[in-house]
Design a protein around this ligand. Structure first.
Ligand SMILES: *[C@@H]1O[C@H](CO)[C@@H](O)[C@H](O)[C@H]1NC(C)=O
Ligand SMILES: *[C@@H]1O[C@H](CO)[C@@H](O)[C@H](O)[C@H]1NC(C)=O
Ligand SMILES: *[C@@H]1O[C@H](CO)[C@@H](O)[C@H](O)[C@H]1NC(C)=O
Ligand SMILES: *[C@@H]1O[C@H](CO)[C@@H](O)[C@H](O)[C@H]1NC(C)=O
Ligand SMILES: *[C@@H]1O[C@H](CO)[C@@H](O)[C@H](O)[C@H]1NC(C)=O
Ligand SMILES: *[C@@H]1O[C@H](CO)[C@@H](O)[C@H](O)[C@H]1NC(C)=O
Ligand SMILES: *[C@@H]1O[C@H](CO)[C@@H](O)[C@H](O)[C@H]1NC(C)=O
Length: 265
């Protein structure tokens, strides 16, 4: 009976791997980007949001620490000796709250907080907890020519201004745009339209996504009818041509033209 209970307990606490103490973390509301569900071992959150790190009851009698670790360094975020106020290290000043009763820690996230965290007393320590901090994406920017001649090629480039996108895709008039000989995607960020036709006119949207956000912007592309270009040119040719004709005709009949140009005489 007892081993079964123990097994059940282990299954119920997935965070406490290998019998170690596990941290639980969650993003606090309001946060418009990240998932608000609690997580053990690893949490993805967004720059500007507040994360709450909580610990199970820990044996401690004199002093406790919150610590961080990156590939290159390790340090103390906060140390708390029970008879003194908590001591917060400089980079975490004014953006962390330590609860002296349950030892939980709240941090308003910055880009550099993407690292490992643990809680430690003089007697025991939790496992390292991985916090991934991602910058939400701002509206992307589309760069390209808004007007292209029928039969010409054109390209639209989608630039992300804030944050890093993991995924790009394009929509035309609200519908997902698929690649073909005619529509090509280059380097994920660029849409090429080969031999544009009138049907290619419309609203093109570039959608960008990362782990904590999605954003988009749209662009109106106008494909000019070739006739719009040809017709004025044709008209200009005709007018020029007939003017030249009249001129030549007048030159030939120079004298009659001088006295009043009576066409029918
Ligand atoms: C406060 O923390 C810093 C960094 O961990 C440490 O250098 C300093 O000695 C601590 N001060 C006290 C009074 O504990
Ligand atoms: C935290 O706030 C205090 C008081 O406003 C200020 O003196 C200190 O420089 C701030 N620390 C950081 C790291 O911004
Ligand atoms: C600290 O934690 C205790 C126990 O979870 C809670 O009752 C208390 O409200 C917390 N204090 C603050 C300032 O959040
Ligand atoms: C897109 O980015 C703009 C700022 O460029 C921001 O105001 C807006 O909330 C973002 N939209 C989404 C859905 O995140
Ligand atoms: C837009 O078209 C003009 C003239 O056709 C060209 O000089 C320019 O490079 C184009 N811009 C882009 C972003 O393709
Ligand atoms: C485009 O996306 C693919 C996977 O979606 C990725 O492997 C590739 O590195 C990306 N290319 C660029 C230039 O971002
Ligand atoms: C343009 O769209 C119309 C109707 O959607 C279609 O009948 C026509 O064949 C298309 N033309 C080209 C050049 O794709």
């Amino acid at each position: 009976m007892l081993p079964v209970l123990f097994l059940l307990l282990l299954l119920a606490c997935p965070g406490s791997s290998a019998g170690g103490l596990g941290i639980t973390a969650r993003t606090l509301s309001p946060c418009y980007s990240a998932d608000l569900r609690p997580a053990s071992q690893r949490l993805v959150s967004a720059v500007g949001c507040t994360v709450l790190l909580t610990v199970p009851p820990v044996n401690a009698s004199e002093v406790v620490f919150w610590e961080y670790k990156t590939v290159s360094q390790e340090g103390v975020i906060i140390n708390y000796a029970f008879d003194r106020p908590a001591n917060v290290s400089r980079p975490y000043e004014n953006r962390t709250w330590f609860n002296e009763t349950d030892f939980s820690l709240q941090i308003v996230l910055q880009q550099g907080d993407d690292q490992l965290y643990r809680f430690r007393s003089e007697l025991e320590a939790t496992d390292w907890f991985q916090l991934r901090v991602v910058e939400p994406l701002s509206e992307p920017e589309i760069v390209g020519n808004s007007s292209v001649k029928e039969g010409g090629n054109t390209k639209l480039v989608c630039n992300v201004l804030e944050g890093k996108a993991d995924l790009y895709w394009w929509k035309k008039n609200g519908e997902l745009l698929l690649g073909s000989d005619h529509i090509q995607f280059v380097d994920n960020t660029t849409l090429c339209i080969i031999k544009a036709s009138i049907n290619d006119s419309g609203y093109y949207a570039c959608v960008v996504r990362n782990e904590v956000s999605q954003n988009e912007t749209s662009f109106l592309l106008h494909v000019q009818n070739a006739a719009n270009v040809v017709l004025p040119v044709l008209l200009a040719c005709v007018i020029m041509g007939s003017l030249a004709g009249v001129f030549v005709w007048c030159r030939r009949r120079d004298r009659p033209c001088r006295n009043g140009c009576r066409w029918r005489s």
